[in-house]
Design a binder for this molecule. Structure first.
Ligand SMILES: N[C@@H](CCC(=O)N[C@@H](CS)C(=O)NCC(=O)O)C(=O)O
Length: 212
């Protein structure tokens, strides 16, 4: 058995954060497929693993972690990588990790879910439009922050960069982004993230139903 098990699925940007961190740290890990689109996170077995009914879940020996930000913090300490060098950096990483969970990845994730996988009865144009507006506002915030800087929270990549990567590498057509909805500072930063040794696309790191 590998050192780490990550309960995840390919379309999950929240899971991608932990999967990408494991890959960048060259950890020995294996994915455990979560059949999210068939309601797996609501099953009693899964809720025994994660009472919050969410993917991802990270298992390391006798330790079980939920919440991607907690996993990134734990893994950065385990591997001595992508963590802070001082208290100011620690707080800056925490600030962006809290923000991405609330504003960036939460809205992008729900917006993309509604567009692609929600039942027709849940695809209200008003709700989708609202989610899209919130997702774009968060991307505008990140784009402005990245103007004139290479990395989000320090002068080198940290878990804040990995956290903000959650939903940004999925195909643009899954969000139906138009050509006008482009963020050049985010795209330049994404190229730097993609250049990190061990980087992989979410669809190459985590299982989907067909290959589970
Ligand atoms: N704050 C959580 C968010 C996790 C999350 O929302 N995961 C989605 C899948 S990508 C989920 O399981 N959603 C179930 C639900 O909201 O009912 C984290 O960062 O781990």
């Amino acid at each position: 058995m590998a050192d780490f098990q990550l309960h995840c699925f390919a379309q999950s940007g929240h899971s991608y954060k932990a999967a990408l961190m494991l890959a960048l740290c060259e950890a020995e890990w294996e994915p455990v497929f979560v059949d999210f689109f068939n309601g797996a996170v609501r099953s009693p077995d899964y809720q025994a693993l994660n009472a919050m009914s969410e993917a991802p879940v990270l298992v390391h020996g006798d330790k079980t972690f939920t919440q991607s930000g907690v996993m990134l913090d734990y893994l950065s300490k385990q591997f001595g990588k992508f963590g802070p060098d001082n208290e100011d950096e620690r707080l800056e990483i925490l600030r962006w990790t809290l923000w991405e969970n609330h504003k960036l990845n939460a809205y992008q994730g729900v917006y993309r879910f509604l567009l692609n996988w929600a039942p027709a009865s849940a695809q209200s144009p008003d709700v989708i439009g609202f989610m899209k507006g919130r997702a774009l506002a968060a991307m505008k915030t990140l784009d402005a922050h990245l103007a004139g800087r290479d990395w989000i929270a320090a002068d080198r990549p940290t878990t804040a960069d990995i956290a903000c990567s959650g939903y940004l590498f999925y195909p643009r057509d899954e969000y139906q982004w138009t050509e006008a909805e482009r963020f050049t500072n985010i795209e330049a930063w994404q190229a730097r993230v993609q250049g990190l040794p061990g980087w992989k696309h979410p669809y190459d790191l985590m299982p989907a139903k067909a290959d589970a």
